[in-house]
Design a protein around this ligand. Structure first.
Ligand SMILES: Nc1ncnc2c1ncn2[C@@H]1O[C@H](COP(=O)(O)OP(=O)(O)O)[C@@H](O)[C@H]1O
Ligand SMILES: [Mg+2]
Length: 319
């Protein structure tokens, strides 16, 4: 992953002004002086909120979100899509924290971060009462942070079992840093356990990636049954539930039939945007690069833009 930068034209476009206006306001001292890289004017994503404020425009989002990508089935795209989604949000100027809830640490790898390059995981926060700020890693982007995971996180399930308020520990830890971020995005492991329960109860939005096959369809039924028990037991309800089809191949008959079944039974939750199959997504994930840097013009990137527009309709996106 590299630090993304904008040209003056794209930055102006994103800010809803023209390039001449941007340059003129810089000369007049109404906007910060431009930075340069290799002699060219460059603009950074993390400065977007500051520019918007200077221009008297509304902030990127008005209500902070905590979002979890969850499905008890593996291989549906939780990790790759949550990583690329979070990166894209940060690219558009949001302050984003990604949390890896899976001891396999794939999310951490997806961002190109080595398993041995960090000390703490959520284990020290949830079990050893470490300050959550101590396990937040910086990335190459100033406005994208990560709480990583590796195998050190795996004893957390067992350790949580004997603790007080064991289901709410993550929610409580996060409360102290929510103010630092616009969006907190969690990538869950494909299991029903206490760590995922902590993730669920800490979030207000749920994303469920599903593949267009009937096993996934069945998995969705189990997921929703579990969620309704959680709703009852903890008096908890998600504000938004987004089910989306991922890895979709319209030329496969089974895909179309599975899509129809989802439309029929989950219409209230099903996103309009479908993430089509794109080998570049798998390639990007395997080399630890976000899709918007690896293949910005490919359908994986374009679909994810549509996806973000559906979740944050007011967010400006420059294609
Ligand atoms: N839209 C897509 N097109 C092609 N490959 C995809 C797509 N979404 C996910 N993949 C690939 O599918 C595999 C499983 O995805 P992953 O994100 O690891 O799923 P999960 O976290 O749910 O187990 C990975 O190799 C990933 O890169
Ligand atoms: Mg995963």
């Amino acid at each position: 992953m590299e630090q993304p930068m904008y040209t003056a034209k794209d930055y102006a476009n994103l800010l809803g002004i023209t390039k001449p206006t941007l340059l003129k306001m810089e000369t007049q001292g109404k906007l910060p002086p431009p930075k340069t890289s290799d002699g060219v004017r460059v603009y950074y994503p993390h400065e977007i909120p500051h520019y918007l404020k200077k221009l008297g425009k509304p902030p990127l989002i008005t209500s902070k979100r905590r979002q979890i990508f969850l499905n008890f089935k593996g291989g549906t795209g939780k990790t790759s899509i949550s990583a690329f989604y979070a990166f894209r949000l940060a690219y558009l100027g949001m302050k984003v924290l990604l949390i890896d809830l899976d001891p396999q640490g794939h999310l951490t790898q997806c961002l190109g971060i080595d398993h041995d390059s960090f000390e703490g995981t959520l284990y020290s926060v949830l079990i050893e009462k470490a300050d959550i700020r101590d396990v937040v890693l910086s990335t190459k982007m100033e406005n994208l942070k990560l709480i990583p995971a590796n195998l050190d996180l795996s004893p957390v399930e067992l350790a949580l079992t004997s603790m007080n308020a064991r289901e709410q520990r993550l929610r409580k830890s996060i409360a102290s840093i929510q103010g630092d971020y616009d969006v907190i995005v969690m990538d869950a492991s494909p299991s029903i356990g206490l760590l995922n329960l902590n993730g669920i109860l800490a979030c207000n939005d749920l994303f469920v990636p599903v593949l267009a096959d009937f096993l996934s369809y069945h998995g969705l039924k189990i997921l929703f049954e579990t969620l309704s028990t959680i709703e009852e037991d903890f008096d908890f309800i998600f504000e938004n539930i987004y089910i989306f089809l991922n890895n979709y191949n319209a030329s496969h008959n089974i895909c179309q039939r599975a899509k129809e079944a989802l439309e029929k039974h989950y219409s209230g939750y099903l996103m309009k945007t479908v993430l089509r199959q794109d080998i570049k997504i798998a390639e990007a994930a395997s080399v630890g690069m976000p899709i918007h840097q690896y293949a910005p013009k490919n359908r994986g990137s374009l679909d994810l833009n549509e996806f973000i527009k559906e979740v944050f309709p007011n967010l400006p996106i420059v294609f």
